[in-house]
Ligand binder design. Structure first.
Ligand SMILES: NC(=O)CC[C@H](N)C(=O)O
Length: 395
């Protein structure tokens, strides 16, 4: 059978299996089962990307979150063997309005519905996702339950209220690699980077490899000695699930690296932990940024880039002011033009030279626009200038 040929229309039969969604403030929606049957709980967030659902569902940062797709029609391009951002689907549940009944793409090998079923991920279709989105936008992200077995809203609500909150959750250890893995540079190796895996997406080491970086992906429990053992020229902290205020071990590791002057680059969770390492606080946003078209300004160049986001927390830092830290002077480098949320931080040494930086959004852009890929080049330049200075004896 050719991949794009119409597949058996089992969705029509499954459309009869009822499913219930209940938010923690009691608002409920009825729909039909999509993906696995059963029951699931998590934090409800809405995601505004019009494309890229395979990358979204396999992004480990969504661990324990139930994603509501604002795009009204989901599943058109099925599921393929290339676009996974990690080893599995991580979302706790998936909420869509209109499910594609016949996937069509030359790369598709199965339907989204079938993939959700085979990975045991519970979803719901046929619900008013616009109403859920407006509700979450007004009231904020909240706990949610989806069930095909408990169809009494009051009973499901009781269980929703027993679920853990996202605030205070330390989840990096759930998603990280078991053993270190190495992603070789494409072409000549110029630098070695220790990437602490707090929920890394595969596109990140790929973007590094394209620039001559050999990436050693290390477990979330990596120590500074582990970094030294691989002779890292730079340290990277990935994106990842959970509350940054609960990741103390990683903050301590980063502080050790910064004291040593090791070049640092962080993405998303890596931006929040950089903020904490610099002595700044983090806080929970009302409903977060989850999408692929958020405007961000680089305050250094005044250029605006359209960027991919997936964060529920943010760094609390004064925009336009210097922050003195034990490692140098920190500043907010990027802001979101929708709401002035801090989207990037940079640290400069006493000579005003860039020493470390991070962004709250996703320059690896999977899925998403590639406006911000210059940040990987900035990391390479940072390691280059640092290695030049150490050969000249001026580290
Ligand atoms: N994508 C991420 O790294 C998310 C970071 C953090 N878990 C948040 O929700 O803000």
């Amino acid at each position: 059978m050719s991949h794009s040929a119409p597949q058996p229309d089992h969705a029509r039969n499954r459309a009869r299996i009822p499913a219930l969604l209940v938010l923690e403030d009691g608002r409920s929606f009825t729909g039909v089962s999509y993906g696995a049957e059963g029951e699931t709980f998590g934090e409800a967030v809405f995601q505004t990307g019009m494309s890229g659902y395979q990358e979204t569902l396999t992004d480990p940062s969504y661990h324990r979150q139930v994603v509501v797709a604002t795009a009204p029609h989901i599943g058109n391009t099925g599921w393929n063997d290339e676009d996974d951002e990690s080893r599995q689907i991580w979302v706790a549940g998936y909420v869509i309005r209109d499910a594609a009944r016949i996937p069509s793409s030359w790369r598709s090998t199965r339907s989204l519905d079938a993939e959700l079923q085979s990975q045991g991920v519970v979803g719901i279709a046929g619900v008013d996702t616009r109403a859920i989105t407006r509700h979450l936008r007004d009231r904020g992200a909240m706990r949610v339950g989806i069930s095909t077995t408990e169809l009494d809203p009051a009973k499901l609500l009781e269980r929703v209220k027993q679920q853990p909150q996202m605030s205070g959750a330390h989840l990096a250890d759930d998603v990280t690699v078991g053993e270190p893995t190495v992603i070789r540079a494409i072409g000549e190796r110029k630098f070695t980077v220790a990437a602490v895996d707090l929920g890394i997406k595969q596109m990140t080491p790929h973007r590094m490899a394209q620039r001559g970086i050999e990436t050693h992906v290390l477990p979330s429990t990596a120590t500074y000695a582990d970094l030294q053992a691989i002779g890292a020229d730079g340290i990277f902290f990935s994106n990842g699930p959970g509350d940054p205020s609960a990741a103390d071990t990683q903050v301590t590791l980063l502080q050790e690296a910064l004291s040593d002057g090791l070049p640092y680059f962080g993405i998303c969770f890596g931006n929040q932990l950089f903020g904490r390492a610099l002595g700044l606080g983090t806080y929970k946003l009302t409903y977060g940024h989850h999408g692929i078209n958020q405007p961000v300004m680089d305050l250094g160049t005044r250029k605006v880039e359209i960027t991919a986001h997936n964060h529920g927390f943010a760094v609390d830092a004064p925009i336009g002011e210097d922050v003195r830290t034990p490692y140098g002077t920190a500043r907010v480098s990027h802001v979101c033009l929708n709401d002035d949320v801090v989207e990037g931080l940079e640290l400069r040494d006493d000579h005003g030279r860039l020493a470390a930086f991070s962004v709250q959004y996703h320059p690896e852009a999977a899925a998403g626009p590639h406006d911000a890929s210059y940040l990987f080049d900035r990391f390479v330049e940072l390691m280059q200038s640092r290695s030049q200075r150490s050969t000249e004896g001026d580290a």
